[in-house]
Design a protein around this ligand. Structure first.
Ligand code: KG4
Ligand code: ZN
Length: 345
């Protein structure tokens, strides 16, 4: 696909079949990231500066603080990406940046950095949907091609996607309340675990009995999900142990069992409906050991399952660069504005 540079309108062939080096910037939440990826799959640089320590003391991300920290970190992160790859800006074919969904003040920092680089070096700018980026993490260092069903599970989103082709993605279902990562973080918090609690909860769950407590699985139509009732059930369970020792490992394991079986059941149903023989997981919660395990069990049914390497599950810019190469995007205009909530993928 031909893309035009901002200033002179110089055309560059970008995307499948072309030989491209793309630099991408990601700053939608609390990670400032810059990566350089060749032909959508080969990672030449991947720099991620996490703000987790800053926000942990507040128990969640404070948007204004996050935006200011992105401002301090963005230039060193870009610099490091160039230095670690040994590449010069002139060697980059296009600059990509996350447009949304995310925290508006945070997105503005990365998006404007990517646009500025595109302007200075007279290259195309490609605006990326963060969720599409997460799915694209599965293209890094693999030979994956659509069609496939994608389970997207992050701190802000939970979706089952039908990826028919790189230009045709539909949302089959999504959460009607909390996202999976949000549910993990809230449940972790009510048990006194530090923010973000997802990974810690996962670790404790491995030491517990997944059948110790029967937690309610929300019955939601089609491919939609609901996790707020489950969160309340865990809250009640935790309260019932007041004054006694909390069986934290068993609660974590039972919660994890309920969440992972709900998610994978819907993926299985989506595979049956579409007839696809491939499934992928994406998003920060794709790092979860039990969700990965249950997804890979689908291979017993003849399904090929893909999961990104751990470092490409949580927010990073390599996935954004891959998305810029493979997928069709509608945010390439120089006047592209950031957005906080889901638009088309
Ligand atoms: O995709 P991501 O980095 O940010 C968003 O776009 O939201 O996802 C972050 C989320 C957090 O809620 C974090 O607790 C969760 O991913 N997470 C996990 C695990 N590792 C990260 N949740 C469950 N198990 C894990 N191992
Ligand atoms: Zn994310």
């Amino acid at each position: 696909m031909k893309k035009k540079s901002f200033f002179t309108g110089k055309e560059v062939e970008i995307g499948e079949g072309a030989d491209n080096i793309i630099m991408a910037i990601e700053s939608s939440c609390d990670e400032t990231a810059c990566a350089i990826v060749k032909n959508g799959r080969e990672v030449l640089a991947n720099v991620v500066a996490s703000q987790i320590k800053t926000h942990a003391k507040y128990g969640g991300v404070i948007p204004e603080i996050a935006a200011r920290e992105h401002l301090d970190t963005i230039n060193p992160v870009i610099q490091e990406a160039f230095e670690s790859s040994g590449l010069k800006p002139e060697q980059i074919d296009a600059f990509a940046g996350t447009v949304g969904p995310g925290l508006v003040g945070c997105l503005l920092v990365g998006l404007n950095a990517a646009k500025t680089l595109a302007l200075i070096y007279d290259k195309p700018f490609i605006g990326i949907n963060h969720l599409n980026g997460h799915v694209s993490a599965n293209y890094l260092n693999t030979d994956l091609k659509p069609p496939f069903v994608a389970l997207l599970v992050s701190g802000g989103h939970t979706q089952v996607l039908n990826v028919k082709s790189n230009s045709d993605i539909t949302i089959m279902g999504e959460t009607i309340d909390d996202a999976v990562g949000e549910a993990y973080d809230k449940v972790a918090r009510l048990m006194g675990l530090p923010y973000p609690g997802g990974a810690t909860l996962d670790k404790l769950a491995k030491e517990g009995n997944p059948h110790a407590f029967k937690l309610p699985e929300a019955k939601v139509d089609g491919y939609n999900f609901s996790f707020s009732g489950l969160k309340t059930a865990v809250l009640r369970l935790v309260k019932s142990f007041e004054g006694k020792e909390l069986p934290i490992n068993n609660i974590c394991a039972s919660f994890q069992e309920c969440v992972s079986s709900t998610l994978v059941k819907k993926v299985k149903k989506a595979l049956e409906e579409t007839g696809y023989k491939q499934a992928v997981i994406a998003g920060g919660v794709a790092a979860n050991s039990e969700i990965r395990k249950k997804m890979f069990e689908l291979e017993n049914l003849g399904i090929k399952v893909h999961a990104p390497e751990m470092k490409y599950c949580t927010d990073n810019a390599a996935m954004v660069a891959s998305s810029a190469y493979f997928f069709t995007h509608t945010y390439d205009d120089p006047d592209t504005e950031v957005f906080s909530r889901v638009k088309n993928l």
